[in-house]
Write a protein that binds this ligand. Structure first.
Ligand code: NAD
Length: 460
C-alpha cells in the first residue's frame, strides 16, 4: 500500500485553482473528445488498480471486495459507461417550441460547462463519493478540484496518488488535507461546489460559497425511516432491510435509520431480521469477512454511547481495538434520546412501534425531511398514501437503496437532507449551465411592438 500522501501546501492552493481556471479559459475541457478520454481514463484506473482500491477500502472500512465492487468500483464504472453512452445526446441543443408572438424563431437550451468546480467528499464510500461527481463534472466539461475526505486516509491517499497518473493534471487536481486545506480552498471562487457530508459542515460550505455567489449541491444525510407493514413478504423484506442497513456497517447515508412497525408485528419482524443477520454474517459477525468496521474511534465511541440506557434486543457487542460494533437492534427508544434525535450512521437499527401504521406517517412528518424513505408493503393504497403524504429525497418501495443502482434516477436530498441532484443526466445537468438561446431571423418584423405606442396599436 502506498505511503499516505502529504497534505497539500496551503500556499499553493490558490495557484493550483488559478491554473485550472486558466486551463478552462483556454478551452481545454470543452471538447467532447477530451471529456470522453478523461472518462475512459477513470474507468481504466479503476480496472487496472482494482486490487489497490480493494486494499485501501479494506484498510479504511474492512470492506469486502464484493461490497467494494458493488458500491464503489463497479458503481463508478457503470456511471462512466452510462455517461459515455449518452454524453453526445446530453450535449445536444434541447429544442423547445416557440409561441406565435416570437415566430419565426428557434428556441433551445444548450448545456455549457460551468468552469472550475470543487468536489468535497465524505469518508463512508470514499471512492464512489469522489469519482461519481467527478464523472459528472468531467462529462459536463469542467475543470475540477477534488478534496477527498481525510477520514478515509488510505482511500484518499490512493486517489491523490493515482488520479494525477491517469487524468489531465492541467484540468483536474486533487487537494489532500482536512479542515485547514478545505478552509483555504473555500476562500477561492469556484463556479460550483459539490459537497457530500454532514449538515454542520454544509453550513460552513454554503456560507463560504455565498461570498462568491457560488451555487452549491449539498449531498447530506439524516434519519431515513423505514415503514414495514405486516402486509408484506416478511422474509424478503427482512433480507433487504438487513442488506441495506448493515452494508458498510451501517455507515451509509441512505441506510434505514429506524423502522416503524405496528406493535403487534414487531416481534415477528425482529425475528426475521435477526435470522437474516445471522445467515449473512454468521453467529459472530466479528469474524465475518463481509462485515465492516467503524471508520475511527471517534465514531466508534459516538455509536457505543448511543447504546447506554437503551433496550438492546439484539447484538450490542463491541471491540474498541478493531472498531467492531455488532449488528445491533434497539426496541422502541424514547423519542427524546440521542439515538432518536441524531443520524445513527452505524450498525444500530431502532425498531419503533406505532399503534397503527398511519401514525408512522405523522411521525415522519414531525421530523426533518429525510434523504430516503423506505416502505415495505403489499397494500397499494397505503403505498400511495405514504408517497403522497411524506417528503423525502428518495423513496424505496419494497427494497432498500436499490434506487441508487439506476443512473436514470436523479439522486439527492430535500430540506435538511440536501439540495441538488446527481447520477446520470442529473449529474451532467448539475455541472452544466443550460444556456437559453433564441435565434430569430430577419424575414419580417411586426411594427406594433415598437414605440411610439398609440391607443390604436394597443387595441390591435
Ligand atoms: P467528513 O468528516 O468526511 O467530512 C466531509 C468533508 O468535509 C471532508 O472532505 C472534510 O475534509 C470536510 N470538512 C470537515 N470539516 C470541515 C470544516 N470545518 N470546514 C470545511 N470542510 C470540512 O464526512 P462527515 O461529515 O462525517 O460525513 C457523514 C455525513 O455525510 C452523514 O450525515 C451522511 O449521511 C452524509 N453523507 C451523505 C451522502 C449523500 O450522498 N447524500 C453520502 C455520504 C455521506
Amino acid at each position: 500500500m502506498a505511503e499516505p500522501v502529504l497534505n497539500s501546501s496551503l500556499t499553493q492552493i490558490s495557484f493550483q485553482v488559478d491554473g485550472l481556471k486558466l486551463s478552462f479559459r483556454k478551452g481545454l475541457t470543452r471538447t467532447i473528445a477530451w471529456r470522453v478520454h478523461q472518462l475512459q481514463q477513470v474507468k481504466k484506473m479503476l480496472q487496472e488498480q482494482q486490487s489497490q482500491f480493494y486494499k485501501a477500502l479494506a484498510l479504511d472500512l474492512h470492506k469486502s471486495e464484493q461490497e467494494a465492487w458493488v458500491s464503489e468500483i463497479g458503481f463508478v464504472i457503470s456511471e462512466v459507461d452510462h455517461t459515455l453512452k449518452y454524453l453526445n445526446q446530453w450535449s445536444q441543443p434541447r429544442k423547445v417550441s416557440t409561441p406565435l408572438i416570437a415566430q419565426p424563431a428557434k428556441s433551445y437550451s444548450l448545456a455549457e460547462p460551468l468552469g472550475t468546480v470543487l468536489i468535497i467528499s465524505a469518508w463512508n464510500y470514499p471512492i464512489q463519493l469522489v469519482l461519481a461527481p467527478l464523472v459528472a463534472a468531467i462529462a459536463a466539461g469542467n475543470c475540477v478540484v477534488i478534496k477527498p475526505s481525510e477520514v478515509a486516509e488510505y482511500s484518499g491517499s490512493l486517489l491523490a496518488e493515482l488520479l494525477p497518473q491517469y487524468l489531465d493534471v492541467d484540468c483536474i487536481q486533487v487537494i489532500s488535507g482536512a479542515i485547514e486545506e478545505t478552509t483555504e480552498l473555500l476562500k477561492q471562487s469556484f463556479d460550483h461546489i459539490f459537497y457530500t457530508g454532514g449538515e454542520a459542515v454544509a453550513k460552513i460550505i454554503m456560507r463560504a460559497a455565498a461570498e462568491h455567489l457560488t451555487p452549491v449541491t449539498l449531498e447530506l444525510g439524516g434519519k431515513s425511516p423505514c415503514i414495514v407493514d405486516s402486509q408484506t413478504n416478511v422474509e424478503m423484506s427482512a433480507a433487504r432491510i438487513v442488506w441495506s442497513k448493515w452494508m458498510n456497517a451501517g455507515q451509509t447515508c441512505v441506510a434505514p435509520d429506524y423502522v416503524l412497525v405496528e406493535a403487534s408485528f414487531a416481534e415477528n419482524l425482529i425475528r426475521a431480521i435477526t435470522s437474516k443477520i445471522e445467515s449473512f454474517y454468521g453467529q459472530n459477525p466479528e469474524s465475518s469477512q463481509d462485515y465492516g468496521r467503524i471508520i475511527n474511534t471517534r465514531h466508534f465511541d459516538r455509536l457505543v454511547h448511543y447504546l447506554e440506557g437503551e433496550n438492546v434486543v439484539y447484538g450490542g457487542q463491541f471491540n474498541r481495538q478493531n472498531q467492531y460494533l455488532a449488528p445491533t437492534i434497539i426496541l422502541s427508544s424514547n423519542n427524546q434520546s440521542p439515538i432518536m434525535q441524531e443520524e445513527i450512521f452505524g450498525p444500530i437499527l431502532v425498531i419503533k412501534t406505532v399503534k397503527v401504521l398511519d401514525d408512522a406517517i405523522d411521525f415522519i412528518n414531525s421530523k426533518p425531511k429525510p434523504l430516503a424513505l423506505y416502505l415495505y408493503t403489499n397494500d397499494r393504497s397505503f403505498e400511495a398514501k405514504v408517497v403522497q403524504q411524506t417528503s423525502s429525497g428518495n423513496v424505496g418501495i419494497n427494497d432498500g437503496m436499490m434506487f441508487m443502482a439506476n443512473p436514470n434516477l436523479p439522486f439527492g436530498g430535500v430540506g435538511g437532507s440536501g439540495m441538488g441532484r446527481y447520477h446520470g443526466q442529473a449529474g451532467f445537468n448539475t455541472f452544466s449551465h443550460l444556456k437559453t438561446i433564441m435565434k430569430r431571423r430577419f424575414l419580417f418584423d411586426v411594427a406594433l411592438r415598437y414605440p411610439p405606442f398609440s391607443y390604436l396599436k394597443l387595441r390591435i
